[in-house]
Each structure stands twice: as structure tokens, then as C-alpha cells.
Design a protein around this ligand. Structure first.
Ligand code: BGC
Length: 733
């Protein structure tokens, strides 16, 4: 049924309109019964359904309904698989329809600026290209079921410390290229019904009342047509928020801010048409859901199976000297160490916490696929202190076993919404036990359960390392299947693993002084930082091993030179040269060698995951438009791809480039150049538009300097010096 929303808005009283702009309670919008406007429910999100029935809160204190916990964002992004993200979205959409939930609060795409951010486990990547593409597919999947999404937290919300007041201070280029870019393509392509603004300020202005962000960029530039809701309690000044483009305040304000809105309209401080526009945007989506309800049930078992499949596709084999896969026939020689093998750490704390209907541990899963695996506890997971008896028992058992798999990871208390991590280490008792076991049993693999990178002082001694992340309720099954070779790992890191915390880009500035967080590293986040500074990392962005091997060949482009309106098509062949079927993620990076700006060494601009049987070869194609080459020029107020040469690189990771091809770009776009009396001669000569004016005068000056003084003068004033001095002269000189 096509509804006339503007007619409906015209029938509402001022009080009713104001009331629709804030929540009824924690999770519902308000109804207006006399006009048939229903109340609809929103729920977290992002990696499962956290529908609270009775007591509501946004921090996960109270129980929600039993549901399926899928791998958290940190894991999902490592799948580098857009189809899988879409499938997850569709599945969550079905769950929402069955549970009468109109909007799933997610995905969460904030950039992992520091490994210490407490919520990194929910977020996707340090790279905006990857984050936005995975999020776009996730959104499209959920919304294909006529359920809305709320991409969050918009924007520059990259720490938990003082998240409700701190101001993220960053320049326009950094904001556009890194922090907004994570949202931009996801919003343009996925078209989420709603966007959730963040708690923090951006350059002093609260996200919840940031007109540039919520209206100019989001709606005018990107064409977003849904409604903006606040994060829970993010509203500072309701009327200013409404003017800026914040439509729905969540949760309920108990009528307080509704009255403020009414008062502001009556006193002329707020134009009623601003309120009308917000109400219309909200109602549009409320009815989109209400008019497309599809009641039914969902199959928990089927969704649990998908959770396991995503966990398998997302786990990253960081290191393997040949120990893995283990032989199921020899499971009796294998020892699992650690409580996490029984009770994995599979999700993080806070608003995304799912009440899982079942959790599968790796030990239990192994009993089905490789019976006979033995287990010892080894260490307490809720303490940093060594338990000598447990450690001694583990060491003795490790000596007896042929192969050991240690299940290590971060305890719940180490990472959660609400606070940041204090350091990047595993608990001391775990590091110590791993090192001790490696001494007596080098045939040891370490499985990690954590939401963001940890230092690994023992990495060089481990025979294999499998990063399982917070892989959802079925992670144990996925882990055992990978360990015993029933699944071939294919995850790639969606973030760099630095060697130590001190190496990280914002080590000095994170999390700031409580009032501000200065993003001084600029666009050099994650691999952009480590690559530019030629720093060693523990494992680079994009890294991930397989049980088979892949060969690349035949990289080609359809043109050797392109201009702004054109698309460059790139293709490369990938062949499975090993003995097992497997999946490879082909990564495409662009390197700018024009010198037009200080830019990262390379940036991810394409990725594709391909499944290959042994001996099979496939061609993977990419399409690159202007944006793939461009940086954001604040002066221009636009994206700019300078004329000149670029390299298109194909890699297995950001540090393992297999092939490269160069391409020339042309553009009629020019950066603005403002000349005043303090513009230098060098700057003027560097720009073709002004060089022509100055050149004749300079030639004369050069004549003047030529052959003037004697030998002593020539020694004192060399041509290089004259040139440098002239170059640095401002026009006024
Ligand atoms: C979180 C959001 C969440 C909301 C509702 C807030 O504390 O920041 O991500 O969607 O609560 O639970």
C-alpha cells in the first residue's frame, strides 16, 4: 500500500509530531493510535539479535531472548567475503522479522585507530575500503528482508574513554579519507534505513548536533534518505540536534525533550517544517517495516550452522610451519590446553552481547571429528596470576603429547564496551605458560580468542598460530575443523598486528586528555602508518595462510592511461597450485607516485575471494574509478586524483605484493592556487598557470647573478645556494 506520508504529517498535532521524535522507552518508537501510526521496536546488533523483553538497558546488564551469536565484526571482516556478509545480513533480517524487530542496530564500522579501543571487537577494520564494503553487503542483506539497519556510530568514535564528551580533533582530509569513508560507500550502496550518530564531539561539535555531518555530508552529498537516530543518551541539546538533522532521540526522554521541541516551535526558535521533515523521515521507515511484516519462525540450528561457517571463513592462520592440519587418526596424541577449549571467549561485553542458545567448545567439537583429544586446564582465564599446580600439570602433559594446541585469549574483563584496554598483552600467566610449553614441546599451535591484536612474545617459537578472534557461538566447531583439516583456513587480517603497542600510530595521543583526542597521525592509520615508516610488524594487514598454495599470473589492465570519467578494468589469474581446495582473497592496492600529496605507500582499493579446486585457475576482475586513485583536497573541497603515474598492485597481503602494473592518469581538475605576497618563487614555478608569468623575470635575475664576483665570491655563493635562495624568496622580496 502506497502511503501518503506528508498527508499523514499534516494531520498530526505539534505535540504528536514532537513525541514521534523520541523513543517510547528503551527500544520502541512511539505510536499515534488515532492515525494508525504503530510503535516499532529496534534492537542490537550487530552480530546477533539482542532483543530485550522485560527489563531494558543498553549496556547488556539484563537478559535478552535466546538467539544466535554470529562472529563479531573483528572476525567477519577477516572473511573478506561480501557474499557471506550479505548472507549474514539476510539471516539476521529473518530473525528480526520473526521477532518483530524493525531495525537492527548495526553494523558498527568505526575505524580501528588504536588496538586499544575497547569496542574494536565489534568494529570491522583499520581500512575504510574494507569496512565500508563488508558493511554495505551486511546492510543490503538485512534490508532485503524489509528490516532496517542503523549503521553506527557516526562518526570518528574510535575510543571508549570519555566517549560521551571527548572531542575527536582531526583535519578534513583525515576525516574524509579514513573516518567518513568507512561509512560513505556502505551508505551509498547499502542504503541503510537509519544512521546512528555517535556520542562524541567532532572538532568541538557533538555528533548529535553536527549539521555538517548529519545534513550537509550525509544527506546533501551522499544522498542518504533515511532517518538519523541518536546513540543511547547522545543528545546534548535536543532542539539544536533536530535543526542539525538528528531525527529520532533514543531512548525515551520521558517527555522532557518533546516539550522542548514544542516550546521551540511556539517561540519561533525552530521552524515547524524542520520538525515535519524529521517526522516524515521516521514515519517513512516505520511504515516500511509495518507494511511488510512477515511473521514466522527461524531455525536456530540452521543459523548456528551459518555462524560456524562464517567462523571458519574468518579465522586467520597467522603462522604454520607444517604442523597443521593435524591428522584426525592421531587425535589421541593431541593435547588441548586451556579453559577456552571448553568455553571459548566468543563475543565481547556491552550492548552487542547475545544470549546464545548454545555455545560449542573446540574440545567437544573435536570429539565428533577426531575423537581422543586430551585436555588440561593449564591456567585460569579469570586471573593474570599463574596457578603453579595447573601449569605443572600442563607441562607434564605437554611432554607426553606429540602435539599441543593452546587455547589462549583475552578474558572478558580485558575488552568491552565502556572502557579501553590498558595494554596490548595477553595475561601474564598465559604468556608464561605458552613459552614454557614451547620449550618442552615445539610442536605446539596457539589458538587465539581476542577482539583485537595482542603482542606475542612467543610467536617465533610457535609452530602454528590460528587467530580465531571472537568468532561467535560456533567458533569451537570451526576451530577444531580447521585444526584437523576438515576446513581450509581462508581468513585474512582486517587489521595490522603490530609488534608492540609503542609502534602504533596514535600511541602518544590515544586516548587523549579526556577533553580531546588529537588524531595527529592523520591518514596514516594501520598499515598506512607501518608502511610509510617502513616498520616491521608482527603480521601485516591482509595476511593469512592456507593449507594449499596459490599462484598469480597475467595481471593486466584494459587501458594504459585514463581520465576522470573513465573506469579502469584490471584482471589477474589465480591458480590453486596445491593439493587441497581452498579460497584465496586477491587484494588490489593502488600506489600514487605522482608526488601531488603526502600519501600512504599503498591503499586497498579492491578485494575478491575466490574458491579454487586443486589445479583450478580463475580470472578475477576489478573496476577502478577516479576515487580509487584520489585523495581528499580540503582546498578543493573534493576528491582529487593528480595527473601522472600510479601503480596498480595485486597482493596476498599489504606486505606481499605479487604483481604490479603502471597506469597514467590525466585530469582537467586543478587544485586551487592562491598567490599572495608571501607565496614563494618555487611555489609559483611549480604551477604551470603561474610559472609562465614569472619565468621571464627570473631569467633576467639569473643573468644578473652570472659571472659577477671574483673567485672568493664564487666560493662563498655557489649556484646551488643562489638557486635555493631564489626558490625560497617570497614575492614581496
Ligand atoms: C551503544 C550502541 C547501542 C546502543 C543501544 C549504546 O551504548 O553505543 O552501539 O546500539 O547502546 O544498546
Amino acid at each position: 500500500m502506497a502511503r501518503d506520508i506528508s498527508e499523514l504529517v499534516s494531520k498530526l498535532t505539534l505535540e504528536e509530531k514532537a513525541s514521534l521524535c523520541s523513543g517510547l522507552d528503551f527500544w520502541h518508537t512511539k505510536a499515534v493510535d488515532r492515525l494508525g501510526i504503530p510503535s516499532v521496536m529496534v534492537s542490537d546488533g550487530p552480530h546477533g539479535l539482542r532483543k530485550q523483553d522485560m527489563k531494558a538497558d543498553h549496556l547488556g546488564f539484563n537478559e535478552s531472548i535466546k538467539a544466535v551469536c554470529f562472529p563479531a565484526g573483528c572476525a567477519l571482516a577477516c572473511s573478506f567475503d561480501r557474499d557471506l556478509a550479505r548472507e549474514l545480513g539476510e539471516t539476521l533480517g529473518d530473525e528480526c522479522q520473526a521477532q518483530d524487530v524493525a531495525v537492527l542496530l548495526g553494523p558498527a564500522v568505526n575505524i580501528k585507530r588504536s588496538p586499544l579501543c575497547g569496542r574494536n571487537f565489534e568494529y570491522l577494520s583499520e581500512d575504510p575500503f574494507l569496512a565500508s564494503r563488508i558493511a554495505g553487503s551486511h546492510i543490503a542483506g538485512v534490508q532485503s528482508k524489509n528490516v532496517g539497519t542503523s549503521i553506527k556510530h557516526f562518526a570518528a568514535n574510535n575510543q571508549e574513554y570519555r566517549r560521551m564528551t571527548s572531542s575527536s580533533e582531526l583535519d578534513e582530509r583525515t576525516l574524509r579519507e579514513i573516518y567518513l569513508a568507512a561509512f560513505e560507500e556502505a551508505i551509498k550502496e547499502g542504503r541503510p534505513d537509519t544512521v546512528m550518530c555517535s556520542y562524541n564531539r567532532i572538532n568541538g561539535v557533538f555528533a548529535a548536533e553536527n549539521e555538517r555531518l548529519l545534513t550537509k555530508i550525509l544527506r546533501d552529498e551522499w544522498g542518504f534518505s533515511g532517518y538519523v537516530m541518536s546513540d543511547w543518551g547522545a543528545v546534548n541539546n535536543r532542539v539544536e540536534g533536530l535543526k542539525a538533522g538528528l531525527d529520532l532521540e533514543m531512548p525515551s526522554s520521558n517527555g522532557v525533550t518533546d516539550r522542548e521541541i514544542v516550546e521551540a516551535v511556539r517561540s519561533g526558535k525552530l521552524a515547524e517544517r524542520v520538525l515535519d521533515a524529521s517526522v516524515a523521515r521516521i514515519l517513512e521507515k516505520v511504515f516500511k517495516f509495518a507494511d511488510n511484516r512477515k511473521e514466522g519462525n527461524f531455525d536456530l540450528e540452521k543459523h548456528d550452522a551459518l555462524a560456524g561457517r562464517i567462523a571458519e571463513e574468518s579465522a586467520v592462520l597467522l603462522k604454520n610451519n607444517g604442523l597443521l592440519p593435524l591428522d584426525p587418526a592421531k587425535a589421541g596424541e593431541v593435547l588441548y590446553v586451556g579453559q577456552f577449549a571448553k568455553k571459548p571467549r566468543y563475543q565481547g561485553g556491552g550492548s552487542s552481547h547475545i544470549n546464545s542458545f548454545r555455545v560449542t567448545g573446540a574440545l567437544k567439537a573435536s570429539a565428533e571429528i577426531a575423537p581422543g583429544v586430551r585436555w588440561v586446564e593449564g591456567f585460569k582465564t579469570d586471573s593474570d596470576a599463574e596457578d603453579p599446580a595447573l601449569a605443572a600439570e600442563a607441562l607434564a602433559a605437554a611432554k607426553q603429547a606429540k602435539t599441543v594446541v593452546i587455547f589462549a585469549g583475552l578474558p572478558d574483563s580485558y575488552e568491552s564496551e565502556g572502557y579501553d584496554r590498558a595494554h596490548m598483552r595477553l595475561p601474564e600467566n598465559q604468556n608464561r605458560l605458552i613459552a614454557e610449553i614451547l620449550k618442552v614441546r615445539p610442536e605446539t599451535a596457539v589458538v587465539l580468542h581476542n577482539g583485537s591484536p595482542v603482542e606475542m612474545p612467543w610467536a617465533s617459537g610457535a609452530a602454528a598460530i590460528l587467530e580465531a578472534y571472537l568468532g561467535g557461538q560456533a567458533v569451537g566447531r570451526a576451530t577444531s575443523r580447521i585444526l584437523f583439516g576438515l576446513a581450509n583456513p581462508s581468513g585474512k587480517l582486517a587489521e595490522s598486528f603490530p609488534l608492540k603497542l609503542e609502534d602504533t600510530p596514535c600511541f602518544i595521543d590515544f586516548p587523549g586528555d579526556g577533553k580531546t583526542a588529537q588524531y595527529k597521525e592523520g591518514v596514516f592509520v594501520g598499515y598506512r602508518w607501518y608502511d610509510k615508516r617502513k616498520m616491521d610488524v608482527l603480521f601485516p594487514f591482509g595476511h593469512g595462510l592456507s593449507y594449499t598454495s596459490f599462484a598469480y599470473s597475467g595481471l593486466k589492465t584494459d587501458k594504459t592511461s585514463i581520465t576522470d570519467g573513465e573506469t579502469l578494468f584490471v584482471s589477474v589469474d589465480v591458480e590453486n597450485t596445491g593439493k587441497r581446495e581452498g579460497k584465496e582473497t586477491v587484494q588490489l592496492y593502488v600506489r600514487d607516485t605522482t608526488g601531488s600529496a603526502v600519501r600512504p605507500v599503498r591503499e586497498l582499493k579492491g578485494f575478491a575471494k575466490v574458491h579454487l579446486k586443486p589445479g583450478e585457475k580463475k580470472t578475477v576482475s576489478f573496476a577502478l574509478d577516479k576515487r580509487a586513485f584520489a585523495w581528499y583536497s580540503q582546498e578543493l573541497g573534493d576528491w582529487y586524483a593528480a595527473p601522472g603515474e600510479y601503480a596498480v598492485e595485486i597482493g596476498r597481503s599489504s606486505r606481499d605484493i605479487e604483481a604490479s602494473v603502471s597506469v597514467m592518469r590525466n585530469t582537467s581538475q586543478r587544485l586551487p592556487f592562491h598567490v599572495d605576497l608571501n607565496t614563494t618563487i618555487e611555489e609559483i614555478l611549480a604551477d604551470e598557470r603561474t610559472a609562465a608569468v614569472l619565468k621571464p623575470m627570473l631569467d633576467k635575475m639569473e643573468e644578473m647573478f652570472k659571472g659577477g664576483g671574483g673567485e672568493a665570491a664564487n666560493e662563498a655563493i655557489t649556484p646551488a645556494m643562489i638557486n635555493a635562495m631564489i626558490a625560497n624568496f617570497p614575492l614581496r622580496a
